[in-house]
Design a protein around this ligand. Sequence first.
Ligand SMILES: Cc1ncc(COP(=O)(O)O)c(C=O)c1O
Length: 366
Amino acid sequence: VTGDDVDPALAFHGDREVSADLVDLAVNVRTAPPPTWLDAPIRASISDLSAYPDPTVARAAVAAHHRRDPAEILLCAGAAQAFTLIAQAYAHAHDAARPRQDSGSRPARGPAVVVHPQFTEPEAALRAAGVPVTRLVQGPETGFALDAGARAALPDDADLVMIGNPTNPTSVLHDRGAITDWARPGRLLVVDEAFADTVPGEPESLAARADIPGLVVIRSLTKTWGLAGLRIGYLIAAPDLVERFARQQPLWPVSTPALAAAIACATPRAAAAERAIADELVAARAHLVARLAEIDGVALAADPRSSFVLIRTAVPARVALREHGFAVRRGDTFPGLGPEYLRVAVREPAVSDSFADALTKIMAAR
Ligand SMILES: Cc1ncc(COP(=O)(O)O)c(C=O)c1O
């Protein structure tokens, strides 16, 4: 599917499902308050707000955390800003190539491909930058995994590919070799790893790989650390790409409190805490999955590896769940999914139990 029209479904996000009277299973941000080692430096940074932010220390800290060079790191106002920078830089290069396109019969650039279903913002950012998008849609028949057929379906001349790993909303963790097989000189290979830290040990992360041509890894600090309102994330890429994307950034894009958070989240202590959270999540997710397996008319749509699960219900259940007090993320605004799909955040077992009880009642009444 190719199109450069505006699609309002792409602008829908889980926070729109949430209201004060509902249990929030729609947004994939941890709701636990930030630990003291994170909260304290963010608060302390408030006394430095008269100075413009200087990212040097935070950039070096993030680089050391991933064993990369600071020149390979670009701090951003959340992972979401990285999509915009990449889209604008790509569109800029595309425009620069246009005279060549007009004078010859071959397009100067190949298609920009977005692998779906995934977070809708990468496609939305490309479209907002005027870039036509080609969708590569994974289906339920392969459990939304990147199988050989999907890999072969990528157009040879694609010069931009965007994929999430683990993927929102399917929670599928792709084999990183299947992704790096797509790398080519001259092609941008963008891997959104906003949820990579939810997988213990991050076995499929590409964050440490400096040897893959065109690779751009995007990371977020807003999910695990419950900092969605602070806006902090970063991308990791070769220095020439980092420079290209940085040229699209507004001045002082990351605030001083957000830089303080980035420094705090890059310490060995933070890494250990992150690992403990990921381990706890595995157990909490197993509990949710076991409860869901007991419900007639409900199936897992894919093998979940992150902090949410994608389910398929025999009849659409989103509205009924709201009546029972639960906000879940609708599936039908994701390309490739329909109203029978729901994304459910993994929360503590007691919350999953009440959710499963409500869904059991809804399915029994259908
Ligand atoms: C897969 C994915 N990537 C990136 C983001 C954006 O994250 P951030 O809050 O760091 O901008 C989100 C937010 O929902 C997401 O789900």
